[in-house]
Design a protein around this ligand. Sequence first.
Ligand SMILES: [Zn+2]
Ligand SMILES: [Zn+2]
Length: 254
Amino acid sequence: MNKVKLSIFGLSLLALSITFYSCKKGKIVSTGDISITDVVKAKFTSNVTISTSGSGKKSSITLKSNGLPDHKTPYWGVGNVLYEAFPSGHQANANTEMIAQNYSMTIPTNPNEASSKEATSMGEIGMAINGVAIFNDREGGNIPLEAMTVTTFDNSGAHPAPPKNYHYHTTGKYTSVDDAKLIGFLRDGFPIYGRKDTTGVYPTLDAYGGHTGPTQDFPNGIYHYHASNVNYLNTGYYILKAGSYYGTKGTFTN
Ligand SMILES: [Zn+2]
Ligand SMILES: [Zn+2]
């Protein structure tokens, strides 16, 4: 009997030390020690112009793009080499086509949690690594996207708005499909990833759709957003971002 008790005690000690070890190994910091500027320069495609200004805590990164996708979509129009058909049952919205924009997004080099969280608004809330705008889950009238509106999405969960500015509302074929890929950065300077973490699990997210932990680009940990893991209105699309920013938003002009 004593021997059994001793073994159980031993096992408990072992479990306890494993727990301590795991905690130490999993140590994460809020923004990590890898430069966001370096990741932005490495991950954004060459059609996005990147410049930096200021120094230290007040420095910022400015990303400029024409907002047009570098991949296939029916919104290029029949005859274009990048034309592809709509998903079954989908069709163009009233805006029918997309045209080049004059985007300029400025984000902090050292993003931090905002003391008071600001709701994302309609329009551009971030930029994907190919220069396409990221929108939230809202459409005209600031109402959540309706199933009918989703039928105007291409394979990338995108369509143009009235200014004919093509934009992503959800994950899709050319950005992220049930994976941990870097999709882009939101206006507050925090990156947004696909539905999974690099470990292959669907993370538990906070009220802003993010959490702090390691990513492929920031192995020492950073606050980052994930696409929602909810099949939106059972359409097969997954919203990129809803609700408020975690950090303080920078500018996005067009
Ligand atoms: Zn839209
Ligand atoms: Zn994560």
